[in-house]
Write a new protein. Structure first.
Length: 293
């Protein structure tokens, strides 16, 4: 049974790249759905899938985020993981699609949820902007800030995994992934072919997919005149091998299987090995091929 992946807005659900990738459940904000209905919807997801991993950006409205935790608390469920991502909106959407891909593999829900903290290290998320005057997610020098007021200026920005900022010109370069990736591109109110004509070839991307711009992108980047982009590992087998190569542990608090140093379901940090009490029947760490049916 696949783990359910849920999101807080429909524009975080990118089109699947294959017929096996399931969609994500789209939750509703508090002003559009009564608490009772939200509880019923979440209960149904748990009954149908067993576990639910909710992914939302850090820029999510406070009331909406509070609603998510309220639903989890009232249901008293340890089957709901709430994951906050610091990636820009398109980067979050790319991450969500990767989790959707992994959800049909033979990983436990704990590993799928924990993969949300591993995969962002392999996502280069950025944008082309006409101004960085209101950009507050990436450091901007006073000199660069002044240049943003020059008519016709455009800037290439990478927010993750490491911040970068350049003024676009003949010598402009952004450091990118050193492995094969695909590129998702979402166009706002900016005319430029720099992403597809210059950046993509320099990063040696294997394919480019045009997608819709997430609604929150203009606010996140500080301007509606932008083109957002995000590289990602698109191949399921590569994603599978990446996650499977990480040592799996058991959460000392709730017993969920995990990778990394923190459980996404109960948020407890990984207990040092000498203090762990493992339950019987812990699965082996050996990787198996992804399920394809």
């Amino acid at each position: 049974m696949p783990t359910a992946i849920a999101v807080t807005s429909a524009d975080l659900v990118l089109p699947a790249t294959d017929q096996q990738t399931p969609t994500a459940a789209v939750l509703q904000p508090p002003q559009e759905q009564p608490l009772e209905a939200a509880l019923g919807e979440m209960h149904l997801l748990i009954e149908q899938f067993g576990y639910v991993v909710i992914v939302h950006p850090t820029s999510l409205d406070v009331a909406y985020e509070r609603r998510l935790h309220t639903v989890r608390s009232i249901l008293e469920s340890d089957r709901i993981a709430i994951v906050r991502s610091e990636l820009p909106p398109l980067g979050v959407a790319v991450l969500v699609r990767q989790l959707r891909q992994l959800s049909v593999c033979d990983f436990s829900a704990g590993v799928v949820a924990a993969a949300s903290r591993l995969l962002p290290h392999y996502i280069h998320a950025g944008a082309v902007l006409n101004s960085v005057a209101k950009l507050d997610h990436v450091p901007v020098s006073l000199k660069t800030h002044a240049k943003s007021w020059v008519p016709g200026s455009q800037f290439g920005v990478v927010a993750a995994p490491q911040p970068q900022l350049v003024r676009i010109g003949p010598e402009a370069r952004l450091a990118g992934p050193e492995y094969a990736t695909n590129l998702a591109v979402a166009r706002g109110q900016l005319q430029s072919d720099w992403v597809t004509g210059t950046l993509a070839p320099s990063w040696q991307v294997q394919g480019v997919q045009e997608v819709a711009l997430p609604a929150d992108s203009a606010r996140w980047w500080g301007t509606p005149k932008l083109i957002e982009f995000a590289t990602h590992l698109a191949d399921l087998y590569t994603l599978y091998q990446l996650v499977a190569s990480v040592r799996r542990e058991r959460c000392g608090w709730c017993g969920m299987e995990l990778i990394g140093d923190r459980c996404c379901f109960c948020t407890a940090p990984l207990t040092p090995p000498e203090n762990q009490t493992h339950a019987s029947g812990v699965p082996t760490h050996g990787a198996q091929a992804p399920r394809t049916s």
